[in-house]
Design a protein around this ligand. Sequence first.
Ligand SMILES: [Zn+2]
Length: 341
Amino acid sequence: MVRYLLLGLFLASACKKPLDLKKEEAAYDAYLEALPELRVVQKNAPVQLSIVYVENPRWPTLDVAARQRVYANVETLARRVYGYDLKMKEAKQQTITDLFATAGPRFAASPIRFPSEAFLVSWFAPNRDALVTETIAAALKKHSPEKLAEYLGKDTDPVAASRVFLQKLTAIYAETDSSGQPLLSTVNKQDEVWYSYGHWSTLLQGEKEFDFVLTNVGIIGADNGMPLYVVARGGVTSAFVENNAHRPYQGAGVLGMYPFLSDSPFFTAERGALTGAEKEEAIAWLWLHELGHLLLKKEENYTFGDSVHRAPPNLKYYEWVKTVRATKDHRSEKVGVMKKF
Ligand SMILES: [Zn+2]
């Protein structure tokens, strides 16, 4: 998924690295440009997705039986809503530590390393709050006042929106895992890459074995180029699909389940208390939204409020499920098709 960046922010992060980020960006843009245009996946043959399940053992998780129920549910929904004969196969399980170790060379490989070098606004950056305000100001400029009010309530100016964003992200990172350690603090600074959109972007673009990563980690943080709904959720990207030159459907995706599985006070307040079955159903529907990107090549939709092509606007995932599962016509044919993810 292409995120549009701010040059000022690159330069700010370029100071601490010897990498010439302007040159890296040009090489990355040329690489994306040269990728073949996306083709809509045909419905006359079975679609097979190979999945790797990636776990942080100290975070809430879905066991094997629950994951199999989710895969079966997504298969059923993909047939009913999109008309695909879908088969999802979990081919491997790995820890998050091992996945990032395996993917290590991708973070050094130009041009796909660019997102991992340039997108993250680090939680530990000395000028973090100013950078967050700058990137949120750029995100808000792309939308009408009505759309901003719909997603952000009354806090629609960049300063107020950034304040709320940082409050939410602070609350999330302060949550503790089963060993009592906060999700992110100075003690485990090195884990920030696990939650970083840009690092997942690079990882997915270099992926050769799998079409989707399902993980109990969350993609949660500030980055240059957050869409409006990620700003509204305090930095939570539930899932996304990236360009991929190696996989059959021209893309690879990740679904980060932490915001669905966590029963922390923050997520319970924002999302509502959910039963195990409700969490599984919300994950399955969100996955179906992602398959609208991966298979149908549909762009992000902000218009059709009850269509599965519109991402959940906030963290009330199950409210979104109740809306989209009642929809008879998701208006897929009215949603634009992308040339690149
Ligand atoms: Zn989407």
